[in-house]
Design a protein around this ligand. Structure first.
Ligand code: OAD
Length: 241
């Protein structure tokens, strides 16, 4: 049974109206990533970080899945157990499109976590406030459930699992600045890159064209929704083998 590994990033949700991080209008243009998304920033000013994630949660509330999320959900339902989708996104748009098997590498926006006992619970789109306590151990050491720079990302173990188990790699809507997709693509004979931009992928030398020729079988230079049918056609052909 053929299997597909997907790594998605902020570009997947861009056409749903959620800002990416590193595009010209991205979140890291407005906010200092080290202030709002690092362990040092969290220790320095918890209120600032909490407000940042409260705003992200509120922003997500009225957003809807786009055609790319829906296409991925249809494929997951048609080929159960054959798609390992690892997303860097902390939104819930894949789940709202109908996906059930998503691995969130960087956590989830709609959950909070207890720093004392590790319990994670769903708060939907509600703001975290200073009176929140863990529903399991009642500790008031409550935090957002998003991985910060400076701490480990336990879900990354699934990257190695997926590389070992899958034969086609699809990278969609990621700059590759946090998870470098070139070394992953190198492990695959079959791969698809979807991005409207020609990114400077981190670890490989040479021009963009040289990197694409060397490491990716297909490059679909389109936005995720516009690339969805082409992506699905490649995946279906592969998953039916
Ligand atoms: P980035 O903001 O770094 O990159 C977004 C990518 O999406 C860029 O390569 C864009 O060219 C591309 N893009 C933009 N619009 C698109 C569209 N409509 N369709 C397809 N692609 C599009 O986001 P990530 O690579 O996801 O971490 O960033 C990785 C991590 O960095 C995030 O998970 C976040 C951030 O710091 C945490 O918050 C822990």
């Amino acid at each position: 049974m053929s299997k597909v590994m997907i790594i998605s990033g902020a570009g997947l949700s861009a056409q749903s109206g959620i800002r990416t991080f590193r595009d010209s209008d991205g979140l890291w243009e407005e906010y200092d990533v080290m202030q709002v998304c690092s362990t040092q920033g969290w220790e320095r000013d918890r209120e600032l970080v909490t407000n940042f994630y409260n705003a992200r949660r509120q922003d997500l509330k009225d957003k809807l899945p786009n055609k790319a999320h829906q296409t991925l959900a249809t494929l997951e339902q048609r080929f159960p157990g054959q798609i390992m989708h690892l997303t860097q996104n902390v939104d819930n748009l894949l789940e709202r499109a109908g996906c059930r098997e998503i691995i969130h590498l960087h956590g989830t926006l709609t959950d909070l976590r207890c720093e004392a006992c590790g319990h994670v619970w769903d708060v939907g789109y509600e703001a975290q406030n200073e009176y929140d306590a863990c529903p399991r151990c009642e500790s008031s050491a409550v935090r957002h459930n998003v991985v910060m720079f400076g701490e480990s990302a336990p879900q990354y173990r699934h990257i190695y699992e997926a590389v070992a188990q899958c034969e086609l790699f699809v990278a969609i809507g990621t700059s590759g600045q946090v998870i470098d997709i070139v070394p992953i693509a190198k492990e695959f004979e079959h791969s698809v890159l979807i991005n409207p931009k020609q990114e400077e992928y981190v670890t490989a030398f040479g021009s963009f064209e040289q990197k694409i020729d060397a490491f990716f079988e297909h490059f679909i230079q389109k936005k995720a929704s516009e690339a969805a049918d082409e992506m699905a056609a490649i995946m279906v052909q592969f998953l039916q083998r």
